[in-house]
Design a binder for this molecule. Sequence first.
Ligand code: TXA
Ligand code: MG
Length: 326
Amino acid sequence: MRLDGLDPAAIERAAAAIAAGELVAFATETVYGLGARADRDDAVAKIFALKGRPSGHPLIVHVADRAGVERFAAPVTPVAQRLIDAFWPGPLTVIVARRPGVADAAAAGLATIGLRCPAHPVAHALLAKAAEAGVAGIAAPSANRFGRVSPTTAAHVADELGAELLVLDGGAARIGIESAIVDCSGSRPALLRPGMLTRAQLEEAAGASLADPDEGSARAPGTLAAHYAPRAAVRVMSTEMLRAALQVLGAEPLSLAVYSRSIPSGVAPGVRHRRMPARAEQAAHELFSILRELDGEGVHLIWVEEPPPGPEWDGVRDRLGRAAAA
Ligand code: TXA
Ligand code: MG
């Protein structure tokens, strides 16, 4: 059930549901989250059940402010603290050493925990109201079924998880792809998942270079090669390859869509076309929504022109690569 996230009565109702151990989906600036109180393993178990997420995949715990960190984490490293100071509230998750015995299910039993303080006013209002009721943090993965495209609107959440679920509507997610994740729990910080904050921005604030995720030890489903997938098969191609492929298409109707910056619509008969924006921010904002829309139109194949090489495209490139790997 959709609730207006700007309505204080709706926030109150959602916070009460969270406090009672129920699930609530809510808007954040990245994507919509599916939340449960992080301090109750029975509440968190409902998230895994509804998403179809395998246990053993840890969840991010959302906190209202920096003080929330202490409830879940052991004292954090200077690198983690600098990142928190620079980017919270905002689209950054830090993995830090977990305070023993808290949020076991949310952390999937790991010795570490992922923490994020979202900037969206609806997420913030929910976290603040829940904190008043004694809930220090809300565990929330993206509000989609496991492996599918993350939702960026309240309607997407209802499509994914059913209309009965409470959803705090905060409009279309401004950023549109998930937070950047920096693992600060090891000897050297690592960028586990790129987001819209660039590596350079993160490294500058951290005062350290960021390692790439250690292939062998990556446990994050967001770091699985195949993830964020629409039903249609996605192929990412260079501009030249895409041009050539479109030229050899026969006249028979194919349920094909093209998402491209440099190839105009109408290039081949019967092929659907969406124009990829020139700016990475805009492309990230609309990416998941477009994949969903094309699925809804019954497209079987989505040919995507590879994004430009700039670091501001890292997040979009990452999500497209994973969608294509599915
Ligand atoms: O933007 C976001 O981060 C959204 C919104 C709702 O905040 N959340 C999100 O959650 O994308 P989820 O569960 O879909 O992705 C979280 C990622 C997963 O890949 C998970 O494995 C990883 O974070 N993660 C969480 N805790 C971790 C930990 N302790 N160690 C390693 N990875 C962790
Ligand atoms: Mg997810």
